[in-house]
Design a protein around this ligand. Structure first.
Ligand SMILES: Cc1cc2nc3c(=O)[nH]c(=O)nc-3n(C[C@H](O)[C@H](O)[C@H](O)COP(=O)(O)OP(=O)(O)OC[C@H]3O[C@@H](n4cnc5c(N)ncnc54)[C@H](O)[C@@H]3O)c2cc1C
Ligand code: FES
Ligand code: FES
Length: 491
């Protein structure tokens, strides 16, 4: 198992490691303590580092730099990649441009969060040539600071780009081609499957690159735990202190990392990350963009996959309601058998799905909208950014000319699984455009769901807000005709 580390000339070769070990644990046990542990849950960003990963763009090998929460990523997933931490970006006494900008802008006080901010800004420095506030906010969306406040850090981000043209000479830019060659070398003997068993023979880790090898391995070891972006599974390790005996990583499987599109549908490999799927999803479904922006934070979106979001079967996962309303289907594979299941039939009960032992999600197919169809999605959470939904509602409306023919409505946060609201769908179809639509929706929602009271919202709030979201959707649709929303709705 080999990876590049900071500015070390030779790759690190890990001889003995527990496959359940996180990158953060490995760093700190090896005295690379610049990277901090705050929450160990992907929430605070103190542990942020950057991964350089080989990619091919227009036939040319390049390195993509992505921020990552090291507290919830597995050290064996570094195989073939470049791990860059706060200790590895300055050269001798010369601070990295990001670090000097933080000093000049007074971007640090107690300093605990600073390595994480510096690394998020380092990724931004390598990914952008021009900057604006939106890009800065996005890059810093996974970092919390409790004492400096954000303005000096944002000022630092602007400062970096004021001088970037003349300053664009950090170690990683100056040694770009050598670093690409090094990564090519450590990846060139890439087998169909990288496998590792700990010295005590207690834990095995497999990372196939070929989907047939994945199918075979998972069929043989049916109790193995699948990991993809590790943004859910990582919490089981760090928060619930679970240790898995056999881990199978699907995030290097080429076929599951690809996206296919034609005029009528998009097929997204289950191991495609939210960040990689973003452009294509938003091109076909612009209404998804606000939801994607509010999905976790940039370091989580860099790694979290749509397949993982579905397989996790959380009642409050953001993508399932949207995909159910869009009538998405899943390709599930077990051994040589592939079956298709509509997403709305995938969830059985709390955290239970139709997936059999040894079976995995290979891809997700989403039909594109056709003439007369429109789509919208609403996320309600206590905090606007980086928060899990209290309620997530997705609505597809099918119109026949000016008349509403059908409403497909799916909700998360209202039951033990994400699911369609069948009574509400009937009510909306029948009473759409009526003045009392919110009241009628509320009554139907009570028939569809009996939501929980929990820390995110009370049962009553969930019902009321969902009914109001129906009205909001209606108002948004007629907004062009009725600019003043206070005006009465036509009956
Ligand atoms: C700080 C933070 C914020 C978050 N915010 C949000 C949010 O706003 N909205 C939201 O919906 N979620 C959120 N999440 C949850 C998580 O990021 C998503 O559910 C994510 O999409 C999971 O994908 P993953 O690839 O990381 O899954 P993993 O953690 O790798 O796996 C999750 C589960 O799915 C299984 N699995 C993964 N891939 C497959 C496959 N192909 N076939 C079968 N089983 C598979 C694994 O065995 C595991 O049980 C957040 C998580 C964190 C830590
Ligand atoms: S320690 Fe808080 S995100 Fe990793
Ligand atoms: S400088 Fe103290 S938490 Fe950010």
């Amino acid at each position: 198992m080999r990876f590049l580390f900071n500015q070390h000339k030779e790759p690190i070769d890990l001889a003995e490691v527990n496959p359940n070990m996180t990158v953060l644990q490995w760093l700190r046990r090896n005295k690379h303590t610049g990277t901090k542990e705050g929450c160990a849950a992907g929430d605070c960003g103190a542990c942020t580092a950057v991964i350089g990963e080989l990619a091919t763009i227009k036939g040319k090998k390049v390195i993509e730099y992505k921020s990552i929460n090291t507290c919830i990523s597995l050290v064996l997933n570094l195989n073939g990649k470049h791990l860059i931490t706060v200790e590895g970006i300055s050269e001798g006494n010369r601070l990295h441009p990001v670090q000097s900008a933080m000093v000049r802008a007074n971007g640090s006080q107690c300093g605990f969060c600073t390595p994480g901010f510096v690394m998020s800004l380092f990724a931004l420095y390598h990914n952008e040539n021009e900057i604006d506030l939106d890009k800065i906010n996005e890059a810093l969306s996974g970092n919390l600071c409790r004492c400096t406040g954000y303005q000096p850090i944002i000022d630092a981000a602007f400062l970096i780009f004021e001088t970037k043209d003349s300053d664009n000479n950090d170690y990683f830019s100056n040694n770009k081609s050598q670093l690409v060659q090094s990564l090519v070398r450590i990846n060139e003997d890439e087998p169909e499957q990288f496998s590792y068993t700990s010295n005590d023979k207690k834990v095995t880790y497999d990372a196939p690159t070929d989907v047939n090898v994945l199918a075979k391995t998972l069929y043989k070891y049916q109790d193995a735990k699948i990991v993809s972006g590790c943004t859910d599974l990582g919490l089981e390790i760090t928060q619930q202190l679970q240790q898995f005996g056999h881990i199978i990583n699907v995030q290097n499987v080429h076929e599951m990392k690809s996206i296919h599109e034609n005029d009528s549908l998009i097929e997204i490999g289950a191991a495609v990350s939210y960040h990689s799927a973003w452009t294509l999803l938003v091109r076909s479904f612009p209404e998804l963009e606000p939801l994607l922006k509010r999905f976790a934070s940039r370091p989580i979106r860099n790694w979290a996959t749509i397949g993982g979001n579905i397989a996790n079967a959380s009642p409050i996962g953001d993508m399932p309601p949207a995909l159910i309303a869009l009538n998405a289907t899943l390709k599930l594979r077990r051994g040589d058998n592939v079956r298709e299941v509509r997403l709305q039939d995938f969830f059985i009960s709390y955290k239970k799905t139709v997936l059999l032992k040894g079976e995995f999600i290979k891809s997700i197919t989403i039909p594109k909208l056709v003439k007369g169809e429109s789509f919208t999605v609403h996320k309600i959470s206590r905090r606007y950014e980086d928060d899990i939904s209290a309620v997530c509602m997705a609505i597809k409306l099918v119109n026949d000319g000016p008349n509403l023919k059908e409403a497909v409505i799916a909700l998360g946060g209202m039951a033990e699984i994400p699911k369609r609201a069948t009574m509400l769908e009937k009510t909306v179809t029948k009473y759409w455009n009526k003045r009392d639509i919110a009241k009628r929706s509320y009554e139907s929602l009570k028939e569809d769901f009996c939501p929980l009271d929990d820390v995110r919202a009370s049962s009553e709030y969930r019902l009321q807000v969902s009914a109001n979201l129906i009205k909001k959707t209606l108002l948004n649709r007629i907004n062009k005709k009725v600019p003043n929303l206070a005006e009465p709705i036509e009956n």
